[in-house]
Write a protein that binds this ligand. Structure first.
Ligand SMILES: [Zn+2]
Length: 235
């Protein structure tokens, strides 16, 4: 290929690129009604990003209020050194329910629209910020079990969302995660060893967690604890 052909190709590519950028700029204002608001209270800062134009302002207020109620409590109970600055993002592009990474919680606009009462999604997700396990040395079901246990402890309106810890069933196992594990953790804290779940959470943050921690804290392995729980699951 000679230089002239190359130049022609470049010119053509530039034209295509310019047309694409122009098209994108024309569409952008309609697809992304982005807004940003920063709220500071009692040493904590919440930045609220939203690209969902139809987000109910009342729901937005409730998400913010819930953060400022639960986050300081979770910090006090589990990790006073947790991040002071958090970002919430209601994102039309996000397809899950909610997810948290590096101090930022992404909420699905669809979930928010169809489940506006499920406000304690906030509590579960910001607990993941408080946990701050990094690359965890423990199993994921412990991480998610603790996040739902924290929601059970500190949620602002679990009953309004129809959210509760499910009664133990024969098909359950401690590594089912989420609420099933959370109920087991509530049992351990209430009936076996107060503060055990806090200690497990701390060990995950310190990266000192091993499966032996259950025996060190309670005198029993996780399987022995589960067997006891199955015999008498009341909490
Ligand atoms: Zn989670």
């Amino acid at each position: 290929m000679n230089t002239r052909n190359l130049n022609q190709n470049f010119t053509r590519m530039k034209k295509i690129l310019l047309i694409n950028v122009a098209a994108l700029l024309a569409i952008l204002p309609f697809t992304q009604a982005k807004s940003q608001e920063t709220v500071k209270r009692n040493g904590y800062t919440l930045t609220f990003l939203n690209n969902y134009a139809e987000l109910d302002p009342k729901l937005k207020t409730r998400l913010i209020e819930t953060f400022f109620v639960v986050y300081p409590k979770l910090a006090k109970e589990y990790n006073p050194k947790t991040l002071k600055e958090v970002v919430f993002s209601v994102d039309t592009a996000y397809k899950g329910v909610a997810a948290t990474a590096a101090g930022k919680v992404s909420f699905s606009s669809v979930w928010m629209k169809t489940h506006p009462e499920d406000i304690d999604v906030v509590t579960h997700e910001v607990m993941h910020i408080v946990q701050d396990y990094g690359s965890s040395v423990g199993p994921w079901w412990v991480t998610e079990g603790i996040a739902d246990y924290a929601r059970y402890q500190f949620g602002v309106d679990n009953s309004g969302a129809g959210w509760s810890l499910p009664e133990l069933k024969p098909s359950h196992h401690y590594d089912n995660s989420y609420r099933i594990t959370a109920r087991f953790f509530a049992y351990i804290d209430q009936k076996v060893k107060k503060g055990a779940i806090r200690a497990v959470d701390k060990s995950l943050r310190d990266h000192t967690y091993t499966a032996d921690i259950w025996k060190a804290l309670t005198g029993k392995t996780i399987d022995e604890l589960w067997a006891d729980y199955q015999k008498n699951p009341a909490i």
